[in-house]
Every structure is written in structure tokens, then in C-alpha cells.
Ligand binder design. Structure first.
Ligand code: SAM
Length: 319
């Protein structure tokens, strides 16, 4: 197949796969409450068998020559047979396999995941203080997640931290999180909250902008901006001591112009853009022409300039 590109020269080089909708935390940016979380997690209808999921990934890679794949969810460490899936993806020849997790089950699984061929993971850690962690995730699990992070580093995985910053919820944690990351020699990225799912119409009230995050950190460190890599979601800054941190500023500084991401959910739907809530269902039985037409439709979903919001939660579409 010819490489598909849109008028901005964008194609698909990165695949994000949401393995399941279940999660063992109840983060306030993802779900409105426990009931909402349970409901979002309940729908198992139409979920792909692991072998079909792998077959779709292989077929996409055969066409798109993917450079990397990120497994996410829901919570990917709840996916039965995760290590087997990773080995299968490795055998398919996708160069970089990464995963995004809340870290709750990482202590138990880190060694096995590394052995299966996982190289790198992002751990979502929105607070180091146990009370604030509870306020944002509805669980008292900061200590356990931190132990998971340490286990992953110990297992030889390349670990990055992600923290969504929400006004009045966990914005007190910017410096404690930064200090935690620096003390472990880990790279942390702060995320502006996005207008998704139940926050679709009210993310603005929780937004802590890139400028505000930099202002907070700038009170403690002299900062030097680093050049942004092509199709990267984060921009990075270096402190005078040489520590590096990033900000993913979806609102203040959108990065749609060179986005190369394609998303696949646990039912076999693809999405070309987070802003879109129009799933496009792939089927392995489809002939090449039909399948390719769907990829072209997904590419057309990409926004030109900025994220415009989505009624779908990241829990469903995969963060
Ligand atoms: N359970 C895994 C985890 O916690 O990392 C993977 C899935 S979770 C949906 C992935 C990430 O999506 C979250 O940690 C968070 O960084 C991001 N996310 C979800 N909803 C968001 C929102 N409304 N705004 C910004 N980031 C969001």
C-alpha cells in the first residue's frame, strides 16, 4: 500500500492501543464518580479476542511500518495475557513497544513485562501526598504506585512519569512531584487537563496552564527551554542542575500539526484524532481496499490546529 498522508504531510507512524476499558483507579479527570467508572468498565460486548487484536496490529504494521506502539487503556496491567501480547508485537517487528499505566500492579508485573520485550513505560502519578492522591484518584495508593515505579526501574525499564495538573485538586503537588522525579533521576511531564468525557464542557475551570506550571517551577529553578522533537507531545525544560522535565500543553500549545498517532480501541475501532468521537470499525475480514479507505477516513479526522474536545473519556479511547 502507498503510504497515506494528508495535506499537512501527516501520516500514521505511532499506534496507541486501548486494551480494555476497566481501571482499578477512579481518577476524577477520567470518570465522574464510582458509578460512572463502573459503567464505563462494564461494557464487554464486542471486545476483541487477544489473537484478533494482535492480527489487527500486525496488519496495520504491515501497511504503515509503524515506528512505535503504546499500550494503554483503561488500565493495561489488568489485561489478561499482557506479556504474551507484548511478545507477539515484538515478533511482528514494531521497533518500540511502550505502555502507559497507573502503576498499581507494576510491583508484581515489572520483571515479567521486561522479559516479554517491553522497554519503556509511562507511569501516571498525579500526587506523592497520599491525601491528594486520594482526592484525584479515589484510592489511597500513592505508596503502592511509588513502589511499582521503583520495581520497574529495578527491572531495567525506562520509566517516565506523567502528572495531570488540576486546579484546586492537585496543583499543590507540582513541586513535590518534580522533587520526587529529580530525586529518582526520572523524567516527569506535567499535563494540562483536557476537555474529555465528563469534563467535556468544564475542563476550563480545572485548567492549570503551561505558563502557570512554569511560573511555579520557575520560582525554584532557573529554566532553559529545549528544542521540541518532531511529533512530540511534550516540550522540555532543563534546570540549572541539569534535570529535565516536560509539559504536555494540549490547550496552550497544541501539537496537532505534526501528530502521527492512530488510536485503536479494545473493540477494533480506530480513531485518527482524540477530538473525534466517531469510531471507525475495522474488520479483519475486510479486503484491502475497504480497510485502506477506513484508514484514509481516520486520517481525515485529524484536526488542523487544535484539540476541540471529546465526549469520550480517555478511559475508552486510550490515553
Ligand atoms: N490507566 C492508565 C494510566 O493511568 O496511565 C492508562 C490509561 S489513562 C486514560 C492514561 C492517561 O490519560 C492518564 O493518566 C492521564 O495522563 C490521561 N488523561 C485521561 N483523561 C485526561 C484528561 N481529561 N486530561 C488530561 N489527561 C487525561
Amino acid at each position: 500500500m502507498e503510504v497515506i498522508k494528508d495535506k499537512y504531510g501527516r501520516g500514521f507512524r505511532t499506534l496507541r492501543v486501548s486494551l480494555l476499558q476497566q481501571c482499578n483507579l477512579g481518577c476524577v479527570y477520567c470518570v465522574a464518580g464510582e458509578e460512572d467508572g463502573k459503567q464505563a468498565s462494564a461494557g464487554k460486548e464486542g471486545l476483541l479476542e487477544a489473537s484478533d487484536l494482535l492480527a489487527i496490529i500486525r496488519r496495520l504494521h504491515g501497511q504503515l511500518q509503524l515506528e512505535n506502539i503504546r499500550l494503554t487503556g483503561g488500565e493495561p496491567l489488568l489485561y489478561p495475557g499482557l506479556a504474551g501480547l507484548i511478545s507477539g508485537i515484538r515478533a511482528a517487528g514494531i521497533p518500540a513497544i511502550r505502555l502507559t499505566t497507573n502503576g498499581f500492579l507494576l510491583g508484581r508485573q515489572a520483571v515479567q513485562l521486561k522479559a516479554a520485550g517491553l522497554e519503556a513505560l509511562n507511569v501516571s502519578l498525579d500526587a506523592v501526598d497520599e491525601d491528594v492522591f486520594f482526592r484525584i484518584s479515589r484510592r489511597h495508593s500513592a505508596k503502592r504506585v511509588i513502589e511499582g515505579i521503583d520495581a520497574a526501574v529495578q527491572a531495567g525499564l525506562n520509566v517516565k512519569l506523567n502528572a495531570v495538573v488540576m486546579k484546586g485538586v492537585n496543583d499543590s503537588q507540582i513541586m513535590p512531584l518534580l522533587d520526587f522525579a529529580f530525586s529518582r533521576g526520572l523524567r516527569i511531564r506535567f499535563l494540562e487537563v483536557m476537555a474529555m468525557g465528563h469534563l467535556h464542557n468544564q475542563a476550563g475551570q480545572y485548567l492549570v496552564s503551561q505558563e502557570e506550571i512554569l511560573e511555579t517551577i520557575g520560582r525554584h529553578h532557573r529554566l532553559e527551554p529545549l528544542p521540541r522533537a518532531l511529533s512530540a507531545t511534550a516540550r522540555y525544560w532543563k534546570t540549572e542542575a541539569g534535570h529535565v522535565f516536560g509539559i504536555i500543553a494540549n490547550e496552550s500549545e497544541p501539537f496537532c500539526r505534526d501528530c502521527d498517532r492512530l488510536r485503536l480501541d479494545s473493540s477494533g475501532n480506530i480513531y485518527g484524532c482524540l477530538s473525534s468521537n466517531q469510531p471507525i470499525r475495522l474488520s479483519l475480514q475486510e479486503a484491502e481496499e475497504e480497510w485502506n479507505g477506513k484508514l484514509e477516513r481516520a486520517l481525515l479526522q485529524k484536526q488542523a490546529l487544535r484539540f476541540t474536545g471529546s465526549e469520550l473519556s480517555m478511559l475508552r479511547i486510550g490515553g
